[in-house]
Write a protein that binds this ligand. Structure first.
Ligand SMILES: [Zn+2]
Length: 201
């Protein structure tokens, strides 16, 4: 994966081919989606905004993939096709894009703290747009989002976007890029995210 967006696979000898191709597929899917949004600048967008990402298997808390800084921690058997992810269309590629949405959010921070934990990045701006607010001290806490309108529909993994303000942003990021133009994603969130992605190319 080195050379493609400068992504690193930690302990690559422990990865199987399916796992490597799954991450690669997610990258390609994102590049195609971003091409549509940015007028063909998908690769440039990823090189600029999602460079130097590390993917690592394990170190996972509470049975979910998660992000710490620029490191994406994946479940030991994340490539297993029988897993049903709480991500757009329940797909593993959109789960990876969701995690990378957290990285992008982290990188938009103005504060020195990781925004997934403390806020202050793009996710907070999206909350202002859709009229939501985090009820938790920590922005990633489960069920910490107060939002009456502009909610993701609770079908095919989309509903997890209503879990927290950090997940709302990560889901909007993943869905706008990978599963555009579905009624399961709030239109306002998708329009806002498309504009942000185009502006940051
Ligand atoms: Zn998340």
């Amino acid at each position: 994966m080195q050379g493609s967006h400068n992504w690193n696979i930690k302990d690559i000898k422990n990865w199987n081919t399916d796992q490597l191709f799954t991450v690669w597929d997610a990258a390609i899917r994102m590049e195609i989606g971003l091409n549509t949004i940015t007028g063909g600048q998908g690769k440039n967008w990823m090189d600029k905004n999602l460079n130097s990402i590390t993917f690592m298997i394990g170190g996972v808390v509470a049975g979910n993939s998660y992000v710490e800084g620029s490191t994406v921690h994946l479940l030991v058997n994340f490539e297993n096709e029988n897993l049903i992810w709480s991500s757009p269309n329940n797909e593993v590629e959109t789960m990876i894009a969701h995690e990378l949405g957290h990285v992008f959010d982290n990188r938009t921070r103005h504060a020195q703290w990781d925004v997934t934990w403390f806020g202050g990045g793009a996710a907070d701006e999206l909350m202002k747009m859709v009229g939501g607010k985090s009820t938790g001290l920590l922005k990633f806490l489960n069920n910490s989002l107060s939002l009456k309108t502009n909610r993701f529909l609770d079908v095919d993994g989309f509903g997890y976007g209503n879990n927290s303000s950090a997940d709302y942003f990560a889901h909007a990021f993943s869905a706008t890029i990978c599963t555009p133009n579905t009624p399961n994603t709030p239109l306002l969130a998708e329009m806002w995210m498309s504009a942000l992605l185009d502006l940051t190319k």
